[in-house]
Ligand binder design. Sequence first.
Ligand SMILES: C[S@@+](CC[C@H](N)C(=O)[O-])C[C@H]1O[C@@H](n2cnc3c(N)ncnc32)[C@H](O)[C@@H]1O
Length: 437
Amino acid sequence: MAAAARCVAGVHAGRSLADLLPAVPAPLRPGTQALVFDTLRRAGTARALVGALAERKPPPPVAALLEVALALLLQGTAYAAHTVVDQAVQALPRLRAPALRGFVNACLRRFLREHDALLARAQATPEGRWNHPDWWVQRLQQDYPDQWAAVLAADDRPAPMVLRVNRRQTSREAYRARLAALGWAADPIGADGLVLADPVPVERLPGWGEGAVSVQDGAAQLAAPLLLGDGLPAGARVLDACAAPGGKTAHLLECADLDLWALDADGARAERIRDTLRRLRLPAAGQVRVLTADAGTPADWWDGRPFDAILLDAPCSASGIVRRHPDVRWLRRPGDIDRLAAEQRRLLAALWPLLAPGGRLLYATCSVFRAEGADVVTDFLARHPQARALPAPGHLLPGGLAADATDTTAGFVSAHAMGDNARRGMDGFFYALLAKG
Ligand SMILES: C[S@@+](CC[C@H](N)C(=O)[O-])C[C@H]1O[C@@H](n2cnc3c(N)ncnc32)[C@H](O)[C@@H]1O
């Protein structure tokens, strides 16, 4: 509990779990992660409860410890209440706060005594009720008047583990049979995906080290087939403009022989593209150039020869993938969305001239906010008469919720051709496919 409390306090201080969890000793890490994820999914209610229970604000690690304990108690009878209280009190010396035993004990016991009244008070605000910041709830209410509550609820359900089978090495059915031989059930999703019934550590996946398979959400697996469409000629020039860590780059290279440029502004992350391709033994044919560069300033890196296809998987709020990253909602600030949308517009405008006539550009974000999806593309289409929208999913909502029909009025073509089965393993995402000329 102490390790979990330190992570939760770290997130509230603005640090991401990607930084915090690796610092937890390896044997404690899986259990700590589970506890932290549970807490962050209930942190709106838990924080409001801490506010109601503590007359004076305790030091941040102790407030976080209370949140962890309250998040467990909020799960009803799943955990024995006296054990939770006991463990929380015992964690205090490791947080260098042994003197606060009486305080923590009293807070938690009062919660157990006055459960209903305290909970009603804590859930009186949108943040306390929905476990997302107030501004986030308001934005979703505006964007999805009919579905916002379902999106918020879906955000708090753990996402399934989804695999992408490397079709250069094996078929999906053959790989599914290998999993079945181990007693692991998996259902197909998309062209190459398998949704595992139960998650497993990646190292235990058959053929992982040899690159037979990757972990990639079902919505992310739509990018390569959308961009490639009916197929590009062998050796077609393709730009993956924001490519690290290379999930979609690799899928493109598993599907086609391309002359592919994979760009990322962050050098350390660009290195991860190389690692991804090495493990998957790609490219099997064609070639790939990995560059560290700002996609928004092509004059610095482009050789002047147009690309047949461009993938712009733009930096975004990641508001669509909070099922997998429950810290994201607490790390974002309201101003981030406009700042990110401005960057997305800059990148789209800068890359469009690099596309050959007749070529296609896929604009993607793992965000559910319209400001980072439909709004960006609608404005772009209004300013670029030679850009034409082709059928694409538009806004996808997490966990198989269907986005409503309003996308079709947004100026680009939205095709929710996927059935419920195909969507169930998917995060929130946005895809628009633009053709030139
Ligand atoms: C959504 S992630 C890409 C995920 C990747 N396409 C995949 O499927 O694995 C966005 C990436 O954009 C990169 N990025 C941000 N600003 C950029 C810019 N101006 N030019 C190029 N890359 C940028 C970030 O470093 C980050 O790796």
